[in-house]
Structures are given as C-alpha cells and as structure tokens.
Design a protein around this ligand. Structure first.
Ligand SMILES: *[C@@H]1O[C@H](CO)[C@@H](O)[C@H](O)[C@H]1NC(C)=O
Length: 202
C-alpha cells in the first residue's frame, strides 16, 4: 500500500515538472483571453489578431481571429449548427487556406472530434479537432508510375475553439505537428480549455 501511494505521488509530480507552465493573455479591447505556454513568443504581422509560437518548433503556433465587428450578427455559437456541422465548416476553411497550387500535392483530412461544452463563464464553446496530412509527388511529370514517388510532407493536428460574444464569432486555433502534439497534449488541451470570450464596451 505504501509503495503504491509513493508511486502515485511520484507520477503526479513528474507530470507537473513536464508541464511548461502557462501565462494568461487578456485582450480587453477585442474581448477574449486564453492561456499559452510561457516560453512561447509573440509574432507580429502574422495575419491574425494575436499570434504566438513555440520558440523551437516553428510550425507549432496559436492564433486568435474574430469576425468583423461591424458586419457580424452572431447570437451564440449554436448559430453554426451542431458541433458536427461547425466541424465541417472549420475543416473546409482550413483546406481552403492551405490549398496548394503545386503540382502533385494531395491533402488527406480527418475530423477527429467535435464537441460542445459550457465553460465557467456560462457560455457554450465548440471545439473541433482535425488531422491533415500533406503528400507530395516528387516527380509529377514522370511517365512511368513507378517513378512518381509520393512522400508525406507534413502531418499536423489542428484544434479550434469557437465562441460567440459581442455579436462576433471568435476562434482560437492551435496548429502543431502530430508528433509534437503527442508529447505536449496535456499542456495544449489546457490552452484550448482556457479560451474565453468577454463582453467589450461598445
Ligand atoms: C504556424 O504553423 C503552421 C503549421 O503548423 C505553419 O504552416 C505556419 O507557417 C506557422 N506560422 C508562422 C507564422 O510561423
């Protein structure tokens, strides 16, 4: 019994050590907040309202965007339909953004999960999780099929949390290589769960 207990305590503290620690980012002007790994750095001019990335893994990053304050009329995230419907829209958006004009590029995508939850602020948030793989043909023009070698270019996890406030739709998006996701899943899920939208003074 004593042995079991100490094993348990040990594994708990090991978990705490492996976690990098999170900092909170609060945007009172645009009305949202979230937590992010404290060693991540902010990148300006990356197109989103806010953008952070891992200092070492360049393709591990997160961003927040929201619909136009003047023209959007969202009442709640349910305006997107049920989570499964929202998931399809999110995937379509990803695929449009990542569209490649290169010859011989093929994308394979899977919606891994869609869910809805009520956070401690009483608001409903949707979460969508997607895997996308990109394959490239290194010799698209080869006449012989055996000369067209297909190789995996990247394999990534995309996670989006959607929330509505101030008549706007907000999205926190996290993108990371699958192999990194496996290692950091615990921290990354905490980031996703921390996303909140807040009322701003009009
Ligand atoms: C963010 O990560 C994605 C892939 O996960 C990558 O394609 C993109 O270039 C990164 N963005 C920046 C600005 O580093």
């Amino acid at each position: 019994m004593a042995l079991m207990l100490s094993t348990c305590i040990f594994s708990n503290s090991a978990l705490a050590v492996s976690s990098v620690g999170l900092l909170e980012y609060i945007d009172t002007f645009d009305g949202y907040s979230f937590k992010y790994p404290k060693n991540w750095i902010q990148v300006r001019g990356a197109g989103a309202d806010i953008f952070f990335r891992d200092p070492f893994v360049l393709d591990e990053n997160l961003s927040v965007e929201f619909s136009s304050p003047s023209s959007s009329r969202y009442n709640s995230v349910q305006d997107l339909g049920p989570p499964e419907e929202a998931g399809k829209k999110v995937l379509k958006q990803y695929l449009t953004e990542f569209m490649s004009t290169r010859l011989g590029v093929r994308r394979e995508s899977n919606i891994l999960s869609t869910s809805s939850r009520m956070a401690d602020d009483g608001r409903t948030y949707y979460q969508v999780e997607v895997n996308i793989k990109s394959y490239a043909n290194n010799n698209e023009l080869a006449v012989m099929p055996q000369d067209r070698v297909v190789r995996l270019e990247w394999d990534r996890r995309y996670l989006s949390v959607l929330g509505v406030e101030n008549s706007r739709l907000y999205e926190l998006r996290l993108q990371t290589p699958e192999n990194v996701f496996v290692e950091e899943e615990n921290d990354l899920r905490q980031v996703m769960d921390s996303f909140r939208v807040n009322k701003v003074n009009a």
